[in-house]
Design a protein around this ligand. Sequence first.
Ligand SMILES: O=C(O)CCC(=O)C(=O)O
Length: 297
Amino acid sequence: MSARIIFPDCPTELSKEQLSTYWSEGFLAFENALSSAEVEEARQGLIDITRSYAFNDEVAEYRPMTDGDSNYGGASFRSKKSKCFVQLEPGYEPSPDKLDELVLKVRKTQDFQDEAPVFNRIYTTHPRIQGVVKSILGQAIERYQTMALVKAASGGVEKPWHQDNAYFAVENLDQVVGTWIALDDATAENGCMRVLATAHAKGPLKHYHTFDCEIVSGRIDPDLAIPIELPAGGMLVFHGNLPHQTPVNTSPNSRRALQYHYRSSSNAVVSKEAYYDVFKEADGTPASCVAALPENF
Ligand SMILES: O=C(O)CCC(=O)C(=O)O
């Protein structure tokens, strides 16, 4: 990693100053949220999930690629007993004879928290991660979503600019917190998170579908992006409205991360229809990914 900002070690509770920075900037970054042993256990856990699902009919259903170019269209292996699935890079055609290669072509593993104790521990009881999220939400917290995001070496795809609240459906947009935990040193070259400080205060921004769901051009200025380079075990914690993006991995190594979302217990999940009236631009236009139908292009 080249010269980068050194972030503080992750605390078990945020100071008043850190909290105030979270609300004004829309994010905080810390080092050593996970120990190196936890990082190693999580890396191995992800490999184990892929190896146990891949072309194993008893455990997981294979869904071939549906759209070669789309981030949503990669081939996947879907658990037969839980909601967990492993999705491969768009355009990658897996083969049962090439499992070593396949393991390196994962793009995302979702709803994996119950697949190994380490994932559940990090999601539900980890003192630093729980402590930081509780400090922000200020009340009892609910678990909302789990993803493990991988960028394959030399070409792992871009995740375009978006707000995570564009994917969710809750009553209160301020009461959703994302945690993104690096499992490899995350650098500008391998696709670290890039954020637009303070832009969560713009509120919901209209999203539309390209190869993924993204913010329509003109709403944000990507030139203001701040790359959050983190050593493995570091954590970015961010507001559900914070615009963020990760670029293509141009490095020769993969970049892995865990992403866990939380909401406050009082923040009810609403129907997609009701959310049109929550996640909307100032003129009332529904702005979420669900609302981003082709006719809204
Ligand atoms: O590429 C990544 O790790 C970030 C992906 C992301 O922002 C998301 O899936 O919401």
